[in-house]
Design a protein around this ligand. Structure first.
Ligand SMILES: [Zn+2]
Ligand SMILES: [Zn+2]
Length: 381
């Protein structure tokens, strides 16, 4: 019997029903991962332990999962309105076809939503049925001292280091406590993808030197990803290629989420103050040579140049305050002021100008690359 501890991110990833890349509701890797995990729990190969801190975070994040589902419900409503509008414009010429289309579309999305609701509830049940452990006052005091000494996981400036520390330290306390029951230390696995907090530059994918002593003492096996941990439990569960795609998927999920720069968790007790970035958007350089689309394109130099002068950005909106955020081509996220004409990336200095879009959608503007002078000038015109 192996005891497994997952950090909050792993639980959220398991429950998350939205493909982080396409934003589609789909049967992504988290579905497969969850099935394998459940199987091992059923076979009694694994017992899951859950910290009270993870439980609190989970309750917050469960709302996030459902928020994503409601987002899709809203999108479906908009799409159905569009079909109705098309129907009116075409004056019943395609009415029956459009009605069929609406029916098929609604049925498809509803069954996807249903599947995902069942999935999230299933993950919640697994978490609820797991063994709970809590951080004692002594553990909290110990973690505070550790923080003062700036030892891992308190090496960066990330604000969730305390939660990370308590998750691990209280797990170690728990393991020491149950030792009496088992006579020796049972096998424990601790999974956290938080490499910045738990690993050092020199330790690679192994646990940070500051933590190695206490982790080794009770024989905890540390893994950065759940698929790798499950392979440790049963090496027939995944092959190397599967692990690689799953790890990429988890990484994408982690990096596409971003805490809102405008509001904080205090503004929204449901913890919806985060941004999930949407599909890539191409941003064209307005100073690239103009090409007439009706003209025959020949492989001249400037045709190639135009393609090079396109960058990709990601756009997302806070679920709580709706503030738009743009992830620049360089990876830096900037909060967008609705009253500004554009923005300059604080890291790489790329200057973006808003361009009005005709539709009355939330995305009422796109972006184009301009020179810093053009952005400046736009404020005076
Ligand atoms: Zn916000
Ligand atoms: Zn940038």
């Amino acid at each position: 019997m192996i005891h497994l501890i997952l950090d909050t991110n792993n639980w959220i990833y398991l429950a998350n029903s939205i493909d982080p890349l396409t934003e589609n509701l789909n049967e992504g890797y988290h579905f497969q991962l969850f099935e394998k995990l459940k199987l091992k729990v059923r076979e009694k190969a694994i017992t899951i332990l859950v910290s009270d801190l993870v439980e609190i975070e989970w309750n917050r994040n469960q709302n996030r999962c459902f928020a994503l589902i409601s987002k899709h419900k809203n999108r479906m409503k908009d799409d159905l309105h569009t079909i109705d509008r098309i129907d009116r414009v075409l004056q019943s010429e395609f009415h029956d076809n459009l009605l069929d289309l609406k029916k098929a579309y609604t049925k498809h999305i509803n069954s996807e939503i249903e599947k995902n609701q069942v999935h999230i509830e299933g993950v919640g049940r697994l978490l609820g049925d797991s063994i709970k452990y809590t951080a004692t006052l002594e553990t909290k005091a110990f973690a505070s001292d550790w923080a003062v000494e700036k030892k891992a996981p308190f090496t960066g400036d990330k604000k969730n280091s305390m939660a990370d520390a308590l998750l691990l330290f209280s797990a170690i306390d728990y393991i020491k406590e149950v030792r009496g029951h088992y006579g020796s230390y049972p096998t424990f696995i601790f999974v956290s993808g938080n490499k910045a907090d738990f690993c050092s530059k020199t330790s690679g994918n192994e646990i940070h030197e500051d933590l190695k002593g206490m982790v080794d003492e009770v024989g905890i096996n540390f893994f950065l990803s759940l698929p790798e941990a499950l392979k440790f439990v049963d090496n027939t569960l995944f092959d190397a290629a599967e692990i690689e795609v799953m790890n990429d998927d988890i990484e994408n999920f982690r990096t596409r989420r971003f805490i809102c720069q405008h509001c904080s968790e205090d503004d929204d007790p449901d913890g919806l103050n985060f941004i999930e970035f949407e599909e890539d958007e191409s941003v064209v350089d307005s100073n690239a040579p103009y090409l007439d689309p009706s003209q025959l394109r020949l492989p001249f130099d400037d045709v190639v140049r135009e393609k090079d002068l396109k960058v990709t950005i990601l756009r997302g909106y806070c679920f709580h305050c709706e503030t738009e955020h743009i992830k620049c081509n360089c990876g830096t996220v900037t909060m967008i002021d609705v009253f500004e004409n554009g923005f300059e990336c604080p890291k790489c200095g790329t200057t973006y100008l808003k361009e009005k879009l005709p539709m009355g959608d939330r995305k009422d503007h796109s972006y184009k690359l301009v020179s810093p002078e053009e952005l400046e000038d736009s404020y005076y015109t």
